[in-house]
Write a protein that binds this ligand. Structure first.
Ligand SMILES: Nc1nc2c(ncn2[C@@H]2O[C@H](COP(=O)(O)OP(=O)(O)OP(=O)(O)O)[C@@H](O)[C@H]2O)c(=O)[nH]1
Length: 302
């Protein structure tokens, strides 16, 4: 792609200034972003803003092109690879390959062009379909299926020509399950491209960071005691019925919180239905013959 920049006139195909390098020089693992959208929405303008903080005045028809730039994202010094796509046909988008490659997608539409807005819906559909295809063919895909997608409405400086409102854009982002949305003008805003990529980067890492250990909520079904006389017609309240049936197994018994006397005394009126947990604990359960009794206070270990 030949890009003549409005200010400075950096030719991206020529020897690189500090900000732009050709991919072959890259060695570190970068953050990889694919920019998609209908022709003319401002994908190259967005990409060049990100790379150089400048705006393109004129451009030649774009060929798909990859760039790499070092940026500060979320206070990290990150090498960002950007794929500025060209063409709208499914085959030319190489979504399968790009999905494998990408850490995040940016879908751009032009707020003065409804077609380009609807095109984002189609593109998101293609991304989802490519994800699903990969889901069945690889075990690594639980990660791939989680690639964040940002929706960007561009050219909002053309106030009188606007056909897609910001609210409609936001609504569409929700519908398409895009966690990031921005209504902007790449022409007017120096930082919007950077901000979008930064949010994408943050979202990418949030999705991949190890989740804090979760309270296990595996459930066990307490078998009804055959001695229980349930035919008397005594009604248990609904919460009691639930308590009676399902107990979270991961709750460890903590002697410090078991209040003496909290347990119902074992007598002919109670039935013990102890539950062995899978980590070697036994949770004593007592239940009156006709009425369930909350088993006791337990304290979660965390
Ligand atoms: N008014 C206005 N014009 C913009 C904005 N962003 C891009 N443009 C103009 O829109 C036209 C298309 O921009 P490009 O960046 O080449 O669009 P593209 O999506 O890369 O187009 P293709 O290369 O054909 O896929 C150019 O004339 C840009 O100057 C913007 O925010 N506001």
């Amino acid at each position: 792609m030949y890009l003549r920049l409005e200010t400075g006139g950096i030719d991206a195909n020529m020897s690189s200034p500090k900000m732009i390098q050709r991919l072959s020089n890259v060695s570190k693992k970068p953050f990889k972003v694919v920019v998609l959208g209908q022709s003319g929405v401002g994908k190259s303008a967005f990409t060049v803003r990100l790379l150089t903080r400048r705006f393109i005045g004129e451009y030649d028809p774009t060929l798909e092109q990859k760039y790499v730039v070092r940026l500060e994202l979320n206070k990290d010094d990150v090498e960002v690879e950007v794929l500025d796509t060209a063409g709208q046909e499914e085959e030319s988008l190489h979504l399968d390959g790009n999905l494998k490659w990408a850490d995040g997608f940016i879908l751009i539409y032009d707020v003065t062009d409804r077609c380009s807005f609807d095109e984002c819906t189609r593109l998101k559909f293609l991304i989802n379909r490519a994800k699903k295809g990969r889901k069945s063919s690889s075990s690594v895909v639980s990660l791939l299926a989680d690639i964040p997608v940002a929706l960007v409405g561009n050219k909002n400086d053309k106030i009188n020509e606007r056909l897609v409102s910001e609210a409609q854009g936001e609504e569409r982002a929700k519908d398409l399950n895009c966690p990031i949305f921005l209504d902007t003008s790449v022409r007017e805003s120096v930082d919007s491209a950077h901000d979008i990529v930064e949010q994408l980067y943050r979202e990418f890492h949030t999705r991949r960071s190890p989740r804090p250990p979760q309270r296990r909520n595996k459930s066990v079904e307490i078998m009804e005691d055959p001695n229980t006389d349930d035919t008397t017609g005594d009604k248990q309240s609904l919460p009691m019925r639930i308590m009676n049936k399902v107990i979270p197994v991961g709750l460890r018994r903590s002697s410090s919180v078991i209040r003496p006397g909290a347990l119902p005394q074992r007598s002919s009126d109670t039935i013990q239905t102890d539950t062995d947990t899978d980590d070697g604990f036994t949770i004593p359960m007592y239940r009156e013959r006709r009425k369930a009794v909350p088993y006791m206070d337990y304290q979660h270990p965390l």
